[in-house]
Design a binder for this molecule. Structure first.
Ligand code: ADP
Ligand code: MG
Length: 704
C-alpha cells in the first residue's frame, strides 16, 4: 500500500461546494436556520439532499382521461365559478377542455383569486384528482391563468424533497435550482472518482448523476429512481460504499503500520496442550489455526475475524492463539462480552494452561478492591501470561506487561471503537497486539464484506464429530403445561434443561423479574427437580456459583435470562425452552439454541410463543424450525431485520448509509472492493476528500 494514504492533503480547505447556503439568492438567516434542521449547511449538502419522489408536470392530460388519485396537469376554460356555502365556504370552478369537465375547489381564497378565476378565463392546473360530491375535482390545485397560448410545461420531472416545517417545496426547488446552476457552471462539486474507475465500472460523473436525480427527464421510470436502482443512484451508492470500504482499509493500514512482534512458539507447550485434550481438532479448526499462526509470525499485527457456527469450537482456537503468544514469551488476553462467558473462559483457560505452568489472570468490572489490585499487579508484572476478562480489560488503569495477542470473543457486541481502544494500549510497548475477533454466529456475507473490510477472515465450517442435530419445535404458550411435563421427564432421565425468559425492549430489571416469577412457578409445579436461577442482577460470584452447579450436574433445570445467550457450554444440557421467541432476532435465537446439542444425546429446543404471531414472527420461527445452519439463518436474519439490527450497530450509527442499501446494492460490494484496491494503489489522494464527503465526523476513529 502506498504510504500517502494516511496523509492529509492540504487540498481540504473549503472547496466551492462548502459554500454556505446563505450565499444563495433568497436565503436569509431564518431560512438558513430552517434548512440547517435538515442538516443542510452548504451547497454540497443541498446537492446531496435528494428528492423522495417526483411529480410529472411535463405532459398535459385530457380531463376526460382523469381518474381519482391521478396527479395531472390539465388546461381548459372556466365555465362556472361560484362560491358555495356548505359546511365550509368554498370557491368552486368547473373547467372544460373539450374532453370533459373537472371541478376546482378552494377553501381558502382571496377576493383577487375569485376575480381571476372567472367564467371564460383559461387556466393551467396541477393537482391530485379526487372524487367530490359533484364528480371529479382538484382541491387547491397549483394553477396559472393564461390567454390563448398554453404556457410551456416543465421539461423535467418535478422533485418532491424531504422537508421540515416552514420550508415549502417551492423554496427547496428554488434553492436546489440555484445549486444545480452552480454545479453546471462553476463545477462546485469536485469529482473524486478517477476517470479510469468510472470507465471500468461504467459510472457517470458525479455532477451528471446529481443533476439527473434532482431534475430527471420525463419518460424514465420513476420507480427506478425511487427504489435506488437507477444508474444515477447506483453511481452515488457506489461512491458511498467505496468510501466506507476505503476508510476501513485505511484504518487497517494505520494499525498494521505500527508493527507487532513476530510470535513463534519456542517450546513444546502447544503439543503438550493438544495431547492433553480429549479430542483432536477438526480439519476446519486446524486450517484456521494455521491461518492464525501464519499471521502471528509476521511483524504486522494480525487483524483476523474467525467466523464459526455456534458450537464449532472457537474457544480452542482462541486458546491456541493465546498459547502461541505465551510460548514466545508474551502475554495474551481474551475478552468476552459478558461476565458469565468471561468466567467460563477463565475456568477453561485455568484447566488448560495451569498444568503447563502458565498463570491466568482474571479481570471484570465487578472485581473490586484488593482482589482487583492483585490481578492488576499480576497483569502489570507479567507474572500472568494469560489474561481473561470483560471489557474491563480496556480500562486505563489496566497496564499490561507485554501484551502481544488479543482475542475478542463474540464480536457482535463490540464495535470498531473497541478494536481501536487496543491501539492506545499499544503506546506503552510501542507495538500493537495481534488481534483475533471471533463472532458468536456467522455474519451474512454482505455484512462481513462491508463491516469487516479491515479484517482477514477465517471460517470454521465444520462442527466437531458426533453431534446430533437439535430438534426444534414451535409451541403456543397455551400448551405450556405439556412443555413443563416434557422438562420433568427429561430431567428425570438425568438430562439437564435451560428455561430462558426473554423480554426485549424492556429493562434488565424487568427481565430479571420475569425470570424470578417463572422460577417461582416452575418450582411449585416441579417440586422434585433441583431448580436454579441465573440473571444479570446476581453478583458475579453468585452467577459463577450457579453456573458451576449446573455444569456439575447439581442443578436439573436452569432458569435464565438471555445472559446465558453467548458461549455458555454445558454439554449435558439437552433441552432448551425459550419463552417469547417471537421477540428475538434469529441470530440471537440461534445463539441461545446453540447452548444445547453439544453432547451426543438428541437435544430439543422448544420455542414457546405467545399468540397471535405476526406474519413476520411466524416466518422467523419457521426458519428456526427448518434450519440449524447458522450461515443460512444469518442471511435470513439480514433479510428480515436489516443490517443495523443484525450487527447491533443501529444505535451507534456505524454502517448507516445515506444512499447505499446493503441488501439492494449487494452486487456493488465486489466492485467497490476492487475499486478500493485500485484507488489505494494508484489514486491515494482521493481517499481523504471522499472520506470527508461521506463520513465526515463519523470517521474520527480512523485518525491515528
Ligand atoms: P463455540 O464455537 O460456540 O464457541 P465452543 O468453543 O464453546 O464453541 O465449543 C463447543 C464444545 O465443543 C466444547 O465443549 C468444546 O470442548 C467442544 N469441542 C471443540 N472442538 C472440538 C473437537 N475438535 N472435537 C470435539 N469436541 C470439540
Ligand atoms: Mg464461544
Amino acid at each position: 500500500m502506498c504510504p500517502s494514504i494516511t496523509k492529509n492533503p492540504s487540498s481540504t480547505e473549503n472547496p466551492p461546494a462548502r459554500r454556505k447556503l446563505i450565499k444563495l439568492h433568497g436565503v436569509g438567516v431564518k431560512l438558513a436556520e430552517k434548512l440547517a434542521k435538515l442538516h443542510l449547511i452548504s451547497v454540497e449538502d443541498l446537492l446531496f439532499h435528494l428528492p423522495s419522489r417526483y411529480q410529472d408536470r411535463t405532459r398535459l392530460s385530457h380531463i376526460g382521461s382523469l381518474y381519482p388519485g391521478a396527479e395531472a396537469v390539465i388546461a381548459g376554460e372556466i365555465v362556472v365559478s361560484t362560491i358555495l356555502f356548505g359546511k365550509r365556504r368554498s370557491l368552486v370552478c368547473k373547467i372544460q377542455d373539450g374532453s370533459g369537465t373537472l371541478g376546482l375547489r378552494f377553501f381558502h381564497f382571496s377576493a383577487s383569486q375569485k376575480e381571476k378565476l372567472e367564467k371564460g378565463c383559461q387556466v393551467l392546473c396541477y393537482g391530485e384528482v379526487r372524487l367530490g360530491s359533484g364528480g371529479l375535482e382538484m382541491v387547491h390545485p397549483e394553477y396559472k391563468t393564461y390567454k390563448e397560448v398554453i404556457p410551456a410545461l416543465d421539461n423535467t420531472l418535478t422533485p418532491v424533497y424531504p422537508t421540515t416545517e416552514g420550508v415549502t417545496q417551492h423554496r427547496l426547488r428554488d434553492v436546489t435550482e440555484q445549486a444545480l446552476a452552480q454545479l453546471n457552471k462553476e463545477k462546485v462539486l469536485a469529482e473524486y472518482l478517477p476517470l479510469s474507475i468510472r470507465e471500468q465500472f461504467g459510472l457517470s460523473s458525479l455532477a451528471e448523476a446529481i443533476q439527473f436525480i434532482h431534475r430527471p427527464p420525463p419518460n424514465i421510470r420513476q420507480e427506478d429512481i425511487q427504489t435506488g436502482e437507477h444508474p444515477s443512484l447506483q453511481r452515488l451508492a457506489f461512491e458511498e460504499l467505496l468510501t466506507h470500504h476505503l476508510s476501513l482499509l485505511r484504518l487497517r493500514y494505520q494499525i498494521r503500520q505500527q508493527g507487532a512482534p513476530a510470535l513463534v512458539p519456542q517450546t513444546n507447550k502447544l503439543s503438550c496442550f493438544l495431547d492433553n485434550l480429549s479430542f483432536t481438532l477438526t480439519k476446519a479448526q486446524q486450517r484456521v489455526v494455521n491461518e492464525i499462526q501464519q499471521d502471528m509470525a509476521k511483524q504486522a499485527p494480525m487483524l483476523r475475524l474467525v467466523q464459526g457456527d455456534v458450537g464449532s469450537g472457537k474457544t480452542i482456537v482462541a486458546a491456541i492463539a493465546a498459547l502461541t503468544a505465551i510460548d514466545s514469551g508474551k502475554q495474551a488476553a481474551i475478552m468476552a462480552p459478558t461476565e458469565i462467558l468471561a468466567e467460563q473462559h477463565y475456568e477453561n483457560f485455568k484447566i488448560w494452561f495451569e498444568p503447563l505452568g502458565i498463570k491466568v489472570a482474571w479481570l471484570s468490572g465487578k472485581l473490586k478492591g484488593k482482589k482487583r489490585q492483585v490481578q492488576l499487579d499480576l497483569i502489570a508484572s507479567g507474572d500472568a501470561k494469560a489474561i481473561v476478562g470483560t471489557h474491563a480489560l480496556f480500562q486505563n488503569e489496566v497496564k499490561f506487561h507485554d501484551l502481544a495477542m488479543v482475542t475478542i470473543d463474540e464480536q457482535h457486541r463490540f464495535g470498531v471503537h473497541q478494536r481501536l481502544a487496543l491501539k492506545e494500549k499499544a503506546q506503552a510497548t510501542g507495538y500493537i497486539p495481534h488481534q483475533l475477533i471471533m463472532t458468536a454466529t456467522p455474519i451474512p456475507r454482505t455484512l462481513a464484506m462491508s463491516a469487516y473490510a479491515d479484517l482477514d477472515t477465517s471460517v470454521i465450517d465444520e462442527l466437531p464429530p458426533g453431534r446430533t442435530p437439535i430438534k426444534t419445535v414451535v409451541i403456543e404458550n397455551t400448551r405450556r403445561h405439556q412443555v413443563v411435563e416434557r422438562v420433568r421427564n427429561a430431567c428425570q432421565e438425568k438430562k439437564q434443561c435451560y428455561w430462558v425468559c426473554t423480554l426485549i425492549d424492556e429493562s434488565e430489571a424487568l427481565q430479571c423479574q420475569a425470570a424470578e416469577d417463572t422460577a417461582t412457578q416452575l418450582t411449585e409445579v416441579l417440586p422434585e427437580l433441583k431448580i436454579a436461577l441465573v440473571h444479570g442482577r446476581l453478583k458475579s460470584s453468585e452467577k459463577a456459583e450457579v453456573m458451576a452447579r449446573f455444569k456439575n450436574g447439581e442443578v436439573d433445570l436452569l432458569i435464565a435470562t438471555t445472559v446465558i445467550e453467548v458461549g455458555v457450554d454445558v454439554p449435558n444440557a439437552s433441552v432448551m425452552v425459550i419463552e417469547n421467541p417471537e421477540r428475538l432476532g434469529l441470530a440471537q435465537l440461534h445463539q441461545l439454541r446453540g447452548r444445547v446439542g453439544r453432547g451426543t444425546v438428541q437435544s430439543y429446543c422448544v420455542l414457546l410463543y405467545q399468540s397471535p404471531l405476526s406474519p413476520h414472527g411466524k416466518a422467523r420461527l419457521g426458519i428456526m424450525r427448518e434450519s440449524s445452519d447458522g450461515f443460512v439463518i444469518a442471511e435470513k436474519d439480514l433479510e428480515l431485520r436489516g443490517p443495523g439490527e443484525v450487527l447491533g450497530t443501529r444505535q451507534t450509527g456505524e454502517l448507516q448509509f445515506r444512499i447505499a442499501d446493503l441488501i439492494r446494492d449487494e452486487a456493488l460490494l465486489e466492485q467497490t472492493k476492487l475499486a478500493a484496491q485500485e484507488i489505494i494503489q494508484h489514486h491515494p489522494e482521493a481517499i481523504e476528500p471522499l472520506v470527508n464527503r461521506w463520513l465526515g465526523q463519523k470517521e474520527q476513529y480512523g485518525q491515528v
